[in-house]
Design a protein around this ligand. Structure first.
Ligand SMILES: [Zn+2]
Length: 331
């Protein structure tokens, strides 16, 4: 089939036409046109047009923004380059020059640290569309977790909860994170309400029985559920699991029994420092305590790096119990 006059245009001319009026349907018209428009220059222009300017038609802009984030070329590395390129001249993510406290440079790996210093909004917060399905399920690569974390921290993007398949995908994504013991991804789901409801006993049970009771993950799920007001901690399936683990000599058994006991007390909270973590490779990573984000993550709490119960030199009194004020910064 012969090519149409539009397909025969040189790439430079076709790109100029596209940039004058970016229409996301144009690349869909033909593979020849799509390949001529598949350049970083065109991608940046599309993002500038639909993500940073006001088109005075919110529903249409939201629809098109959702399409852009779902496109294959919208990767974490491209988005970082787009943000850097777009706001470097102003020197602030708000897009204005001369800010007293500029939001710059963008902290792509830890946007929460950046947001703590924000006295004003980044322009990205006006992006209001759907989080693409590709960022809501496993496998949870570092790139995917960072991209999702940055988007929920700086934009107004949300999950399309009205879409049943997206709802299921997101729930499965959280379960994937638990099963693969990816604490970064679990942390994101636990502490961002745009990614779902707070966890309950059902998720604790899943993390213990299906997920093998990774203590960092189980602790975070239980602490988050408690923080959001979950109070009913009786569960026969968990008690059975604990009993079996204790009988098998699995240290996670006594640990979970202690944590459940703490939670089952009147107005009970889990202790950060209670529990036995003396076995090799046994790590508890605590990033949140009663709703506050802990600034300095201790690699091990009461771990063997600091003491060894079998050693004759072990002396608990030599250890200084870290004060929560050492560890906690209210985010
Ligand atoms: Zn600014």
């Amino acid at each position: 089939m012969p090519l149409s006059p539009l397909e025969l245009l040189p790439a430079e001319i076709l790109q100029e036409i596209f940039l004058l009026s970016p229409n996301l349907d144009l690349p869909l018209a033909s593979p020849h046109i799509a390949s001529k428009l598949s350049t970083p220059h065109c991608y940046h222009a599309v993002c500038n047009h639909f993500l940073t300017s006001n088109l005075n038609d919110r529903p249409r802009q939201t629809r098109l923004q959702s399409r852009i984030f779902a496109l294959r070329w919208m990767t974490w590395s491209f988005f970082q380059s787009h943000v850097t390129k777009t706001y470097a001249r102003a020197g602030c993510l708000c897009g204005e020059s001369g800010c007293a406290v500029p939001i710059w440079p963008p902290d792509f790996t830890n946007p929460l640290a950046m947001s703590a210093n924000m006295g004003h909004l980044p322009q990205l917060s006006y992006i209001k569309c759907r989080i693409p399905a590709k960022l809501l399920h496993g496998p949870w690569t570092a790139d995917k977790v960072q991209f999702l974390r940055f988007l929920v921290s700086t934009t107004s993007m949300t999950v399309d909860w009205a879409d049943r398949s997206i709802r299921q995908l997101t729930l499965q994504g959280k379960k994937d994170a638990i099963l693969s013991r990816n604490y970064d991804a679990v942390d994101l789901f636990n502490h961002n309400r745009r990614l779902g409801k707070p966890p309950t006993m059902e998720m604790v049970r899943f993390a213990v029985i299906e997920g093998g009771c990774d203590r960092t993950i189980v602790y975070d799920i239980m602490a988050t559920a408690r923080m959001w007001g979950y109070r009913y901690w009786e569960d026969s399936a968990l008690d059975e699991w604990v009993q079996k683990a204790v009988e098998e000599g699995n240290p996670k058994g006594p640990w979970l029994r202690l944590k459940l006991k703490e939670l089952r007390m009147m107005n009970g909270y889990m202790g950060v420092y209670t529990g036995d973590y003396t076995r090799d490779g046994d790590v508890l990573d605590v990033r949140h305590h009663r709703g506050s984000r802990i600034q300095y993550v201790r690699p091990r709490i009461w771990g063997h790096k600091f003491m060894n119960r079998n050693s004759s030199t072990y002396n608990r009194n030599q250890l200084r119990t870290p004060l929560l004020s050492d560890l906690i910064r209210v985010a």
